[in-house]
Design a protein around this ligand. Structure first.
Ligand SMILES: [Fe+2]
Length: 374
């Protein structure tokens, strides 16, 4: 039987631990239309050893957390990992109730439930350790769900809600990489009360005998809020050569590998990103040569965009008779600047399809193989 819900309403924010905020600030504001809406005050920076900048676009909030001096949580994250997501913060109905339930389920709090008052609002937050290395999950209750402030911050200018050139809506899912997913799945199920939503196992041994590699991915979700958390692990044969292990090496341990933004119109979103020189993962031409056949074979319905328009922007398509899913992946940020971890941003436009692009795993590998042999 499903466990009682923690009262999760959605993802409030992601903390991105950074050595230097500037490259990320530019990447997120120019590439995706985020606005810098608030920063921590000098007094807060002094007290916490961390300077935090809140970026917002649509209902997505990213906190760039920069370590100013030793002893801060962010500094200790950056001593172990390259820049990456250090905290995933969920919005909950009632932080005290969520904490009570988490404790009953043997979660491990990383501190006391804290209550802060600012801007005539009350903020209550608690955080727990996770099996994803030193990534924390936090649970926050804030009276003003549309606020552009967090504790210790002051506003920077005015947030212009209508400025959303890439049409970002929210976070579609987060994906973690780990050597073995079972502790993570058990944690999601027994501590967070999530249920299994979708899974895929993929290996290229069949098309690249002797050198193929693979991964397994399982998506768990909180049905009431729709929050989805995916976890990847490497598959044998050639477990060690799996791209999941390559990411674990680059991140020096498990962590959040990518997060996906839901967009209204992926063509516009990709064009905004490309205009700002964001690099997208290039897809082999063979992927698009095969696409018209796949659309027929999978019975993908409702695609109004010509395949050439997708190909020009490296957008992937998957789906079935119930609808379709369009995806684009930014290049791994560790290839873009030296302090960044192997973090990837995905753009997702869903038109009925609920899956995670299973057809793309296979089609992408097959297309790459075909191209290699041509
Ligand atoms: Fe994804």
């Amino acid at each position: 039987m499903a466990r009682a819900t923690l009262g999760i309403q959605g993802i409030h924010s992601l903390d991105l631990a950074v050595r230097q905020a500037e490259p990320w600030l530019s990447f997120l504001t120019r590439g995706f239309g985020f606005q810098h809406v608030a920063s921590t005050t000098g007094r807060d920076v002094e007290a916490t050893g961390t300077r935090r900048r809140l970026l917002r676009c649509g209902d997505i909030r990213i906190v760039l957390a920069e370590a100013i001096h030793g002893g801060s949580e962010i500094r200790s994250y950056l001593e172990r990992h390259p820049e990456g997501i250090s905290t995933v913060r969920f919005r909950v109905d009632d932080a005290e109730m969520a904490e009570t339930m988490l404790l009953e389920r043997h979660a491990t709090p990383t501190g006391l439930l804290r209550t802060e008052k600012f801007d005539n609002t009350t903020w209550q937050e608690t955080a727990i350790a996770t099996p994803l290395g030193i990534v924390n999950f936090a649970f926050v209750q804030h009276d003003d769900s549309d606020s552009n402030l967090m504790p210790g911050m002051e506003a920077i200018g005015q947030f212009d809600k209508s400025h959303n050139p890439a049409g970002l809506v929210g976070v579609d899912h987060l994906t973690a990489n780990i050597r073995t997913m079972m502790p993570v799945l058990a944690f999601f199920e027994h501590v967070l009360g999530f249920e299994r939503f979708w899974d895929v196992s993929f290996h290229t041994e069949d098309i690249r005998p002797g050198v193929g590699t693979g991964l397994k991915s399982v998506v768990m979700w909180d049905e009431s809020s729709g929050v989805k958390l995916a976890t990847n692990e490497p598959l044998r044969p050639r477990y060690h050569a799996s791209q999941v292990n390559a990411c674990l090496d680059a991140n020096r341990g498990p962590g959040i590998h990518h997060f996906a933004f839901n967009v209204n119109d992926i063509l516009t979103a990709v064009d905004v990103a490309l205009d700002a020189d964001v690099s997208l993962l290039p897809m082999p031409p063979a992927y698009y040569a095969d696409l018209p056949k796949r659309i027929v074979a999978q019975g993908i319905k409702g695609l109004a965009t010509p395949v050439e328009e997708l190909a020009r922007r490296n957008i992937l398509l998957d789906g079935d008779a119930t609808g379709h899913l369009l995806q684009a992946f930014c290049r791994d940020q560790s290839k873009q600047h030296e302090d960044a971890g192997p973090l990837v941003i995905e753009l997702t436009q869903r038109s009925g399809a609920k899956g995670f692009g299973e057809g793309n795993f296979r089609a992408l590998f097959e297309a790459m193989t075909k191209e290699a042999r041509a």
